[in-house]
Structures are given as C-alpha cells and as structure tokens.
Write a protein that binds this ligand. Structure first.
Ligand code: GLN
Length: 202
C-alpha cells in the first residue's frame, strides 16, 4: 500500500448494512466509497459486500449492471469481503436449489441455516489469523457453511464446528457481521490484503 494514500474501500450500497461498514473502513484508515453504479468501482482497492437480504441484493446488483464489473475486479485480484448475505453472494454452491451468484468462494452454504430458534445470536470466536484475543461475533439470520472445498481456507468455526469465516486468496467472507461490533480486526485484515495486492510483482 502506498503510504501517502488511504486505501479506497468500496461498500456495495444498494441494500443492507452499509453504514456500519463505512464507519469501520474509516476507523481502519481507509477511504470508504459507497458503490451504486459501475463507475463507483473505478480505482477501488477493495470491495465489501455487506449483509442484508441476498435475494434482493442479487436482483439489484443485476439491475444496476454491477455483476460483471465486480466479477472482473475479483478475477483481477482486487480483495473482497462478503459478510452474511455478502458471503451468500460469493459462494460457489447453495443448498435447497438456490442459484449461486458470483461463485468466487469454494464453499457450500445453506441460507438461514441456523434456523428459527437461532435467528440471531452472539458468540466469541477464536480466529488465529487475526490474533489470540477472541472476537465477539453477531450472527443475524446467518448462512451455515455446509461444505468447504480445497481452494478455501477456514479461518474460524462456531461451537458446533461449522466454518464461519473463510478465505480464498484475496476473497474473505464471514457468516457473521464484523461491522456491528467495535473489534476492527476483520476490516484490518481486508486492508492488509490490499497491501499484499499492491506489493504483488506486475
Ligand atoms: N438471511 C439473509 C439472506 O439469506 C442474510 C442475513 C444477513 O445478511 N444478515 O440473504
């Protein structure tokens, strides 16, 4: 990362939990950019796909012509972070006949897989990739990761052993909402990926 320039981190701002991600980006020293149109993607160093309602979000991404440009960014190595519904959009495989969307993450998910009893819950997670201190995590109608392929690396699991944070190269995804707690280590990890991208040999 160029020391004089703050990394420009986009947040897909069509639907869902946009504002807390924007605030989190500022807190880790980035410049947040709200993305609604393809032109908002120009010069981004990373992009966040927030939580919300993945069916609505994928319709809006299509309607605003963002699907292909976001896929192209990811293929070009721009780091992405998908949280909750964002993770659903990134997954290669969905259960129950749901169609995958970007298909950038070698995992299988079940939408709303934690079930009605656990619509929302909070728990502490151990995530060695970001340090020893547990991370307090909020899950809201979260997807359950039902399978992880060889290309994806599990960064954290819930108490039942289900993966809840996954990384595949420069694509990060969490089933929980890291923007809703004050701990900024997940957003910092995204900014570190930006640094790795810009140090990459041409
Ligand atoms: N349940 C939502 C979906 O299936 C995701 C919920 C969230 O992003 N908090 O799209």
């Amino acid at each position: 990362m160029n020391a004089e320039r703050r990394p420009r981190i986009g947040v897909l701002a069509l639907q869902g939990a946009v504002r807390p991600h924007v605030d989190a980006i500022r807190e880790v020293g980035g410049e947040p950019i709200e993305v609604r149109l393809p032109r908002d993607l120009v010069h981004l160093d990373a992009l966040i796909l927030p939580g919300g309602e993945s069916t609505t979000m994928r319709r809006l991404v299509d309607a605003y012509g963002l699907r292909e440009p976001i896929s192209a960014m990811a293929r070009g190595g721009t780091p992405l972070l998908g949280t909750c519904a964002g993770m659903i959009l990134l997954a290669e495989r969905l259960t129950d006949g749901d169609e995958p969307y970007f298909g950038l993450l070698d995992v299988e998910l079940r939408r709303n897989g934690y079930g009605r009893q656990l619509d929302s819950f909070e728990t502490d997670l151990t995530i060695p990739a970001i340090g020893d201190e547990p991370l307090h995590a909020i899950f809201i109608r979260a997807p359950v990761v039902t399978g992880v392929g060889p290309l994806a690396e599990v960064l954290a699991r819930d108490a039942d052993g289900n993966p809840v944070a996954v990384r595949q190269g420069r694509v990060l995804a969490t089933a929980f909402h890291p923007e809703l707690t004050p701990d900024r280590r997940i957003h910092r990890l995204l900014v570190e990926l930006v640094g790795e991208t810009s140090r990459r040999p041409a």
